[in-house]
Design a protein around this ligand. Structure first.
Ligand code: NAP
Length: 531
């Protein structure tokens, strides 16, 4: 069995940076990646219109000044092919592929208490061992399909947005169904509507969407942005969720009506997440404030969708603005003014089965050439549940997490020594690359400390985990988002056991999260048992 200092699972944004840092430390590392190329999210999600909602220049790695000086983001919100190219460029520049094994899906990881090493088993049966195991398996990387009867019988083409084929899919002249209206569905719908002969959108729950206001970045503007990189990354370090936007310090009703309205109008005209994370500071905790903003967005929807009945169908009734992830859109609502697009309320008339020709709801049968499942992911812990991890005494991680996932700062779990999770449950998410860089650097510093002190094993202490989890639970109290079903509250109706709302993510600020993790290092790793 091949042996390494460290095994990293996943060659997405976190796995690639972790490999670079391990090499700097002189560690021999191996990356196992299920795909045939690097990129993770940007490798698998190739659906039409896929892009991030973070400003491109706040999204790339901040550690490589040379690359920052060279790379030209062509749009304020770069499309998937560009981000995939960017990550391939990083892999080329650092010659990362020589340590990455592709088409290598990890099936099991077992802690060997005698050897004090991890044994990693691939689906192919191949095994490797390492002192350290680092999961870089993503927070939204385990795609889930509905459980409709007859799904295998469909004679046309069907795709999940998160498992999109490499060869382009041509929608021109086709009859297309899109099931799901989260961030992936919204981006797909607005793109497919351009060429499909007929597009039927099956919406179970409408989401509050807001304009992205994307635009090209000409060379001169990119040159100006490059000069601002230090300030951009400093800002991301200071804001609540690492975006360029952060909450307005005022409460909604402390501001006079005319000014309040003008502020929302301004946010609605601005690029990116300002309307969500840059809104009045009480919008996500105060019901009346949230209703005020929701009413504002509802008026915008009514103003953009011509058919009043369709407009009402697109306005959420069961949750307020921003209490679920806000999909950013580009003429999404206007799509429903097109004669080739129809919206179906699949709560009123649920999809009952997939047929060879299309699908049947409780009200009618539809014929399709293509069905797109934009049905989301088994989020946060889902990617962990798909690998059989066993820790000290052969305890499965699933058992340790039977009452809900736990961790110490999202990165370690007691009883799973020398295992580090880069985007584990209860890590700060937000503008994800910023969180990734922090976590990779925290893990790398921990490994450096162990090496310098001649330590072989590190395990999180149970009491440290409990203190951290109490903090996580306390933070979630009073948030309106905790009253709503979404992946952010651990709900996935397509997965058994994920029907009850839980505190599934870290809801505090990224600076607060980082302070907690840094305190662990500053106190000489008192929260970890090391030997
Ligand atoms: P999602 O937000 O979980 O949306 C899944 C959609 O599928 C929902 O509309 C859901 O309806 C529907 N659905 C699932 N099962 C269904 C069923 N059996 N019958 C009918 N409808 C069903 O997933 P996502 O859109 O892939 O997004 C997940 C997250 O990934 C986002 O919140 C975001 O964080 C990230 N993402 C980001 C971007 C970006 O940066 N622009 C793009 C895509 C994704 P219900 O709501 O009723 O369950």
């Amino acid at each position: 069995m091949a042996g390494y200092d460290a095994i990293i699972i996943g060659a997405g944004m976190s796995g690639l940076y972790q490999l670079i840092k391990l090499r700097e430390l002189g560690f021999q590392a191996r990356v196992f990646e299920a795909g045939t190329g690097v990129g993770g999210t940007w490798y698998w999600n190739r659906y039409p219109g896929c892009r991030f909602d973070s400003e491109s220049y706040s999204y790339g790695y901040s550690f490589d000044k040379e690359l920052l000086a060279e790379w030209h983001w062509t749009e304020h919100f770069a499309p998937q092919p560009e981000t995939e190219r960017y990550l391939n460029r990083v892999a080329d520049k650092y010659d990362l592929r020589r340590d990455i094994q592709f088409s290598a899906r990890v099936k099991a990881c077992d802690w060997d208490a005698v050897a004090e090493r991890w044994t990693v088993t691939l689906e192919s049966g191949e095994q490797a061992s390492a002192r350290f195991l680092i999961t870089a398996i993503g927070a939204l990387s385990a795609p889930t399909l509905p459980n409709f009867p007859g799904m295998d019988s469909f004679r046309g083409q069907s795709f999940h947005t998160g498992l999109w084929p490499k060869q382009p899919v041509d929608f021109a002249g086709k009859r297309v169904a899109v099931i799901g209206t989260g961030a992936s569905g919204v981006q797909t719908i607005q793109e497919v509507a351009k060429t499909a002969k007929e597009l039927v959108v099956f919406q179970r729950t409408p989401n509050w969407c807001a304009p992205l206001h994307n635009g090209k970045i000409p060379a001169e503007e990119m040159a100006e942005i490059r000069k601002e990189y230090d300030a951009i990354f400093k800002r991301c370090e200071e804001t609540f969720s690492c975006f360029l936007h952060t909450a307005d310090p005022r409460n909604t009703f402390d501001v006079a009506e005319t000014e309040r309205r003008a502020f929302l109008e301004k946010l609605y005209r601005e690029r990116g997440f300002g309307i969500w994370v840059g809104n009045f500071k009480d919008m996500l905790t105060d019901r009346a404030a949230n209703t005020y903003v929701s009413d504002f967005i509802a008026e915008k929807i009514r103003g953009r969708v011509k058919d009043p009945q369709v407009a009402e169908m697109l306005i959420p009734r069961d949750h307020g603005f921003g209490t679920r992830r806000v999909p950013l859109e580009t003429f999404y609502y206007e799509v429903y003014n097109q004669p080739n697009v129809r919206l179906v309320n699949s709560r009123a008339t649920p999809i009952e089965r997939i047929t060879p020709e299309g699908l049947a709801t409780s009200a009618e049968h539809f014929a399709f050439d293509i069905i797109v499942y934009a049905t989301g992911f088994d989020a946060l812990r889902g990617a962990f549940d798909r690998i059989a991890f066993t820790g000290v005494g052969g305890q499965p991680l699933k058992d340790a997490w039977a009452e809900g996932a736990t961790s110490l700062v999202g990165m370690m779990q007691p009883g799973f020594p020398n295992m580090f999770m880069l985007l584990g449950p209860h890590t700060a998410l937000g503008n994800i690359p910023r969180s990734i860089e922090f976590n990779v650097e925290w893990v790398s510093e921990t490994l450096r400390h162990m090496r310098d002190q001649g330590l072989r094993v590190a395990d999180a202490k149970a009491e440290a985990m409990e203190t951290w989890m109490t903090h996580v639970m306390d933070l979630a109290r009073g948030l309106l988002s905790m009253e709503v079903d979404s992946w952010m509250t651990g709900i996935n109706r397509n997965v058994a056991g994920k029907q009850t709302r839980i505190v599934a993510r870290y809801t505090g600020s990224a600076p607060e999260y980082r302070a907690w993790a840094n305190r662990i290092a500053e106190t000489g790793y008192a929260d970890l048992a090391m030997r």
